[in-house]
Design a protein around this ligand. Structure first.
Ligand SMILES: Cc1ncc(C[n+]2csc(CCOP(=O)(O)OP(=O)(O)O)c2C)c(N)n1
Ligand SMILES: [Mg+2]
Length: 685
């Protein structure tokens, strides 16, 4: 399909600071052309929405062009990073792609950048470092930090553009990201688009009256200033150009609070009845577009302005005709779009990256040490790999899993991060999307709930909605039994895996842990690695390079048996082994014990075969029973082979309570050897 050729004025997508000095009228004319294109496209999109030809919602950028167009023109689109918000169609048009591509997105056509899996302005162009937005405001800011840092690590003189509304300035992620950019020293231009409203909420209800948001910069130790983006475009262009130069040159963040406008209310459906009398008229009076037009006419550009307006309007209509006739999407291939294909590494076939000798090198290691060896191997063999988390550098992590890595690999490959799980995870996502391969340690799995949106809505959906991959390993020290109480003992597999797009491994021994970390790392998707704290130092076992390490995605048969199929994972494998031994000795019943290992995707074929043989199913896990992972396991295992069951399945887990603190209470809460034996004996009848 040949798309219409854009008008000559829209072929140039850049403005350089020198252009402002040498040919200011030309620069203003080009800025006007793009502002006019963005406005006209936004207006037409609104009309088409009202005609029912666009679904979802339409949040226009009308009034924001004086901010977004200059910035997008001045950015270096060959290296910089951006995440455009719901007021930034102008930036999308300038950054990359053809207008038809962007219209395809609005119409949810088959050829849309998101394959119609996302709507409205929720697209980006990750290959060109435009990171797509999700609805959750504030979340993308840290992604910009990560991708910009990735660019810089690769030696490119990049900077990032992060947009924040007056409303989203209140989110935790924005605060976390401003602090993170400052402490890491990242070249990010933070731009607050202050249009005085968040949906219907005026700024007086968003932050204390009289405050100016740009003054927050000082609190983060960065520069900041205010800029009226409804005013003189020459001033706006020069101010932005100077700010961009400062950020690129200093490598430090900078915060601009830009006064801007939201001429059409929050979205197409907004009644705007919360506006004070005359307020809307005042907005339109401040509109930068007619003001710039009047200036250009006054300066004698009537001819070019009229010509470019006619050309742009005709171009937009031609593009709309094409986009309206594009094929609709179909579901074929949708299910395969959840995960990206693996990113295999050509590993040195040895435990420690040394050339392999005639006999494979073996070390007797705890699980914590096995994980440390795997991290060391990854950092040695994959330059794009990096390890991030709290207290993981000199201290070696709360459980010493990263011990000595900082000493041997140094910063920035082994990096402490501030206490900000959400922005840290968003930063890791940004690094991953741009080609780095971060491994993030959460100090305790419990604290990953702070990053829930980043994990389950952003990272997990990224590939599905954009086609980009997010090779990210999230290490989660989990589980109880150590008298740590409710907030340091959680089992979160059901919580996270209720949402699509995450893979998960849960090893039960040192060799599997070593294998699981390598397998998770080369999967090329967001992978949760559950590490039970009780297993870190449970004992030492021989660990070696295992050419079949990817088999850790499959369940392992720990003990053969014919009477019942017993499925579990993590620390409970050890408990289950004792239970199996007890029933073999006391009841002469042999249970076939399976260690699940891979929790997502679930590979249950071998266990199903076992169940067909035994006809009896026991599922055990440490987490709570209600909505526990066992519910899914029992359902999946029995729905196909229901007829071969000779007994109802037995599902064992913890009580439906917060994890209690005292050892006596925790023992009553968790499955223990005696309780499991009693439950199984009762089930046997
Ligand atoms: C975290 C979050 N909460 C609520 C919403 C719903 N919502 C969508 S836009 C919006 C207002 C945003 O205001 P602001 O940040 O000022 O940006 P503006 O729309 O004014 O450009 C709200 C509340 C959201 N998208 N994200
Ligand atoms: Mg706002």
């Amino acid at each position: 399909m040949v798309y219409p050729t854009p008008p000559a004025m829209l072929l140039a997508r850049d403005l350089r600071p020198a252009d402002l000095d040498h040919d200011l009228p030309g620069a203003l004319l080009r800025t006007y052309a793009w502002m006019f294109a963005a406005r006209t496209a936004d207006n037409r999109i609104l009309e088409l929405f009202r005609q029912g030809l666009i679904r979802g919602t339409v949040t226009g950028g009308q009034g924001n062009e004086g901010l977004i167009v200059p910035l997008a023109l001045l950015a270096d689109k060959a290296v910089d990073v951006i995440s455009i918000t719901h007021r930034g169609l102008g930036a999308h048009l300038i950054w990359s792609g053809h207008l038809v591509d962007h219209l395809n997105q609005y119409f949810a056509n088959a050829a849309s950048p998101t394959q119609a899996r996302e709507g409205n302005v929720h697209h980006g162009d990750p290959k060109n470092r435009s990171l797509p937005m999700i609805s959750h405001l504030g979340i993308m800011v840290s992604n910009v930090l990560g991708a910009t840092d990735s660019q810089r690590r690769s030696g490119r003189p990049a900077m990032g553009f992060a947009f924040i509304g007056d409303g989203s300035s209140s989110t935790g992620d924005v605060h976390e990201s401003l602090n993170l950019a400052s402490v890491l020293g990242l070249p990010i231009l933070f731009v607050i688009e202050n249009n005085r409203y968040a949906y219907s909420t005026p700024v007086s209800e968003q932050y204390a009256p009289g405050l100016e948001l740009w003054r927050r910069a000082a609190g983060y130790g960065i520069e900041g200033f205010a800029l009226d983006c409804t005013g003189d475009l020459a001033v706006i262009l020069k101010s932005f150009a100077a700010a961009i130069d400062t950020v690129r040159r200093t490598g430090r963040p900078l915060l601009i609070e830009a006064q801007t406008l939201r001429l059409r209310g929050h979205a197409a459906y907004d009644t705007c009845d919360y506006l004070k009398p005359g307020e809307s008229d005042a907005f339109f009076a401040a509109d930068p577009l007619p003001k710039l037009r009047a200036r250009l006419l006054q300066e004698g550009h009537e001819g070019p302005v009229g010509a470019l307006e006619a050309e742009i309007a005709a171009f937009i209509e031609a593009c709309l005709r094409i986009a309206l006739a594009q094929p609709r999407p179909g579901p074929a291939g949708m299910a395969d779009g959840l995960f990206a294909p693996p990113l295999p590494v050509a590993w040195v076939p040895s435990l420690d990256s040394a050339p392999p000798g005639p006999t494979p090198r073996t070390e007797v290691l705890t699980m914590a040490q096995a994980l440390n060896r795997a991290l060391r191997k990854i950092l040695t063999e994959v330059p794009a790999a990096l390890v991030l988390g709290q207290d993981i550098a000199t201290y070696g992590g709360a459980f010493k899993v990263t011990e000595d890595l900082f000493r041997d690999f140094g910063r920035p490959r082994v990096m402490n991060l501030p206490l900000a799980e959400s922005a840290s995870t968003g930063y890791a996502i940004g690094l991953a999307v741009n080609g780095h391969r971060p491994i993030e340690e959460f100090q305790f799995a419990d604290f990953s709930t702070e990053a829930t949106t980043q994990i389950v809505l952003n990272a997990a959906t990224f590939h599905f909605r954009s086609g980009a991959r997010v090779p990210l390993v999230l290490r989660l020290p989990c589980g109880g039994g150590l008298t740590f109480g409710s907030f340091h003992s959680e089992e979160l597999e059901s919580f996270f895996l209720a949402m699509p797009g995450l893979k998960a491994l849960y090893p039960s021994n040192p060799q599997d842990a070593f294998n699981a970390l390598l397998a998770a790392f080369e999967d090329g998707n967001p992978v949760l690695l559950f590490e039970h704290k009780g297993l870190y130092r449970r004992g030492k076992e021989a660990v070696t390079w295992d050419p079949a390490f990817r088999a850790v995605w499959q369940p392992a048969c720990v003990r053969p048996g014919d009477f019942a199929t017993f499925v579990t994972y993590g620390e409970a494998v050890h408990l289950a082994r004792e239970v199996c031994e007890y029933f073999a000795a006391e009841y002469e019943r042999q249970f076939e014990l399976w260690d699940l290992r891979g929790l997502s995707p679930l590979r249950l074929d071998a266990i199903k075969e076992s169940l067909v043989r035994t006809g009896r199913l026991i599922v055990l896990h440490e987490g709570r029973r209600t909505h526990g992972f066992g519910a899914e396991l029992v359902a999946r295992l029995t729905e196909e082979h229901f007829a071969s069951l000779v007994a109802p399945p037995l599902r064992l887990g913890a009580l439906d309570l917060p994890v209690p603190f005292a050892p006596e209470l925790e023992a009553a809460f968790r499955p223990t050897r005696d309780k499991v034996i009693a439950a199984v004996a009762n089930w046997l009848g």
